[in-house]
Structures are given as C-alpha cells and as structure tokens.
Design a protein around this ligand. Structure first.
Ligand code: CUA
Length: 450
C-alpha cells in the first residue's frame, strides 16, 4: 500500500511541478516556433505515458495486493492486448518523430535571401565575418591563421577584401530578415546556441556547418557554447544583438573591412608624446610604472591591448565600479584624449619606450603557480607574451603587483562586470576558478619567471 501511495504522489507531484514551476522556456525570439511545437508534442506524449504507466502500476499494486489464499493466474500470451500496446506505442513514437522531419526539412532549406554571417569559434572565443558588397566571402585557410591574421584570410583574394571582420564576440543582425550562420571552428568541437532562437549547431574542425533563423524580437541575446570544449568552456560566450533596420545600418557602417583593417593608420608617436605628459606623472617618463602611484608598467605592452583598455575607460566599460579607485582615476585622465586618433597617438608613443625588466615584488610557490598557469596559457600563451587573436594581453615582464590586483578585481567583479566587456567577463569567470589568495600569489610568482 505505501508503494501505491508513493506512485500516486509521484504522478500528482510531477504534474503540479510542471504547471506551477517557474522554469519554462525563454521567450521565443525567432521564426522557429516549430521547434517549440515539436518539443511540446514530445512532452505531451511522454507525459501521458508517464502518468498512465505509473497510475496503472499503483492500481495493480492495490488491486492485486497480497490476500490470504488468493492465487495468481498465469497468462503468458494475450494477442489482443499486445496488438493494442504495439499499435499505441507506434502511434506515440511516430507522433514524436514525424514533426522533427518537417522541422529538419525546413532547417536545411535556407531562404535564398538570407544574409550570411560566419561565426568562428576557438577556445574560448567567438568572432565573426560577413561578406561585403560583393556578397562573397573570401577564401580562408587554417594554415594562414596567425596572430595578425586570426581569420586565416587570403591577402590576394579579391573576394575577401571587402569582408567585414568583427573581432568582438558581439554580432548585430537586422530584425525580420533571415540570417544564415556559417560555423567554423579553429580547434575543437564547439556549439553555437542562442536559447531564444531555438536553433543550435556544432562547430566541427575541418568542416563547415550552418544554421539559419529569422530574428523576430529586438534585443540582446546571449550566445552560449553548448559543447564541452575545455576548462574555459563556460566562459565561451557572446551576444547576438537584434537591431531595427536603421540601427543595423548604423552599426554596419562602423565596422571595418579586411582591406580597411590592413590600411588602418597607426598613431603618430610625436604627437602622442605631448599627450603622454599627463600619463607620465603616474606611469613614469618611460612607461616603466610606479608602484607607489598604483600605476602599472605600460612599456612593452601590446598596442591593441593598451588601446582597448583606454577605450574601455572612455566608454564606461572599465573603472566604473565604486570600489575601483584607481580605475576611476583613469576615467578622469583618459578624458584628455579627445578621440580615437588621440588614443592611437599616445599608444604609438608608449610603443617607443624601451621594454626594461621590472623588479619582482611578489614571491610565492613557483611550482604550484606553474600548475595554475596552465589554464591561463591557453589564451595568454605559454610564455605569457599575449595572443591578440584571443584578446589576451601580455603578462610576462609586466608589473606583478598590478597583475595580482587585477586578478582580485576580476574575482570580485570590480573589473569585467560590464555586459559589453566580454574579455573582462571571461577573466572574471577564470579568476573565480583560482582556488584562493595563496594560489593567486603563486600564479603571479610563476608569471614573474616567464
Ligand atoms: Cu566552446 Cu564550449
């Protein structure tokens, strides 16, 4: 009898949970209502079977419970019952599988007018490429992928010159227009998934896969990699921003093509020298860093990283946390750089400084630190020299006290908490994976040896 009660409670509890649970599907934001319909059918079929089988078991447990002197009858074959069960099962299975065939037929039938976006995945980063006005993507080859050519573009291919390259993990698409995502992986299996779009697809090294959708709701939707792709898998995120047609055009006009990126003027170091005078008070005349001023070494740091951090300060992506005193100070200082050109100039000037070694101020267990660093090496490089394609800056030979403070900041969400600061956010997640303060000290001590 208790068993029957448990079975009935299980059924009632499951039904109540289904009806009352706050965990439902996220709001649909694409044309793929068919997928929800298919999932619903599967839920109803399996739900019906679950309820029926458990209630039948409870009924049998009660009805045929032990009675003194009662004997069971033996009935090995029952043709009629078997044909009923086989028939019903066949109908149920067909009901679950058939809609999927229709969905798949539509999934592989991409609308002609769909605009193409190539999503490139690598541990643990998304970037994007779109064909330019010619509508053709240029040739790419894994063998050509280098730090300066993260997409593996062919410099001589005329089709590739106007390709729009987006080095950020954030892609914009216009609303109500079909878009086809071509998927390419540089290293291991990844999976491109946006929950609100209801479609997802694996990225397979050596293969081009795709998915398509028509976004129907404006807004920002998170991209998750849904294939376990290494220790940083959980940090592999990005966003699809669905814009109105006008907003999309504005955004697109601000993106750079392959040839524009190649031709981009570098800053003027001489003009930058005058602007650097302000920075010199804290960071030193030669960008050597002054610990007493809480200003890290700048000399030897890559130009792209210096520029991005200055721009982050300017755009409010960094230094806005009330407990980030030094970051707030930087916001005030970078205000003197009027525009992007001024930033390029000052960065060009910083790049002229000699890269003198810094004195280590942090000691720890270097061997333990080496173990911790293995994870960091994926993005920052084994030698800590930084990898631009992964947006990971140089660590080796930089101010160690600054590295430690930034790690703290990342761990405590003082830095990297802004939703558009993808790499900061990623570092926040990575920072939290460091066990404790001691591990952090060991890690920085190891970086000192690189
Ligand atoms: Cu890429 Cu998980």
């Amino acid at each position: 009898m208790p068993l029957a009660v448990v079975l009935i409670l299980l059924v009632v509890g499951s039904l109540l949970f289904h009806v009352l649970s706050p965990w439902t599907f996220t709001e649909l934001a694409s044309n793929w209502g068919m997928v929800d319909f298919t999932v619903d059918i599967t839920l109803y079929v399996t739900g019906f079977v679950f309820v029926a089988v458990n209630l039948f078991m409870a009924y049998c447990v009660i009805k045929f419970r032990y009675r003194k002197g009662a004997r069971a009858t033996y009935e090995p074959e029952n043709k009629k019952l078997e044909s009923w069960l086989t028939g019903l099962t066949a109908i149920g299975v067909a009901a679950m599988l058939t809609p999927g065939l229709f969905v798949w037929a539509k999934f592989v039938d991409v609308p002609e007018e769909a605009h193409v976006v190539e999503a490139v995945g690598q541990q643990w980063h998304w970037s994007f490429r779109m064909p330019g006005e010619d509508g053709k993507l240029g040739e790419v080859d894994a063998e050509r992928i280098t730090n300066d050519n993260p997409f593996g573009m062919d410099p001589d291919d005329p089709n590739g010159q106007d390709d729009v390259l987006i080095h950020s993990a954030e892609i914009h698409v216009p609303i109500d227009k079909p878009v086809k995502f071509l998927l390419r992986s540089k290293d291991v299996l990844h999976d491109f998934a946006v929950a609100q779009f209801r479609v997802k697809m694996d990225l397979v090294p050596g293969m081009n896969t795709f998915l398509w959708l028509t976004p129907t709701v404006e807004g920002r939707f998170e991209i998750l990699c849904e294939e376990l792709c290494g220790v940083g898998h959980h940090t592999m995120r990005g966003a699809v921003i669905v814009d109105s047609a006008d907003d999309y055009d504005i955004w697109l006009a601000n993106q750079s093509t392959y040839s524009e990126l190649n031709a981009k003027s570098v800053g003027n170091a001489d003009i930058g020298a005058a602007q650097y005078a302000v920075c010199a008070t804290c960071h030193g005349q030669q960008g050597e860093g002054i610990a007493a001023m809480n200003a890290p070494k700048l000399a030897g740091q890559s130009a792209w990283y210096l520029k991005r951090q200055i721009m982050n300060y300017k755009r409010g992506l960094r230094g806005t946390d009330p407990s980030d005193t030094f970051g707030q100070q930087m916001i005030g200082m970078v205000a003197s750089l009027a525009d992007e050109q001024a930033v390029d100039n000052v960065v060009a000037h910083i790049r002229t400084f000699p890269d003198e070694p810094v004195e280590a101020t942090i000691a720890g267990d270097v061997n333990a630190g080496a173990g911790e660093y293995r994870v960091c090496a994926y993005c920052h490089g084994k030698d800590g020299a930084g990898v631009q394609a992964l947006n990971a800056p140089r660590l080796a030979g930089m101010s160690d006290w600054y590295l430690e403070r930034q790690l703290q900041n990342f761990r405590n969400n003082v830095r990297g908490a802004h939703p558009q600061d993808y790499y900061g956010f990623q570092m926040g997640l990575m920072g939290q994976s460091i066990y404790d303060e001691q591990a952090m000290t060991d890690l920085v001590a190891y970086i000192n040896t690189l």
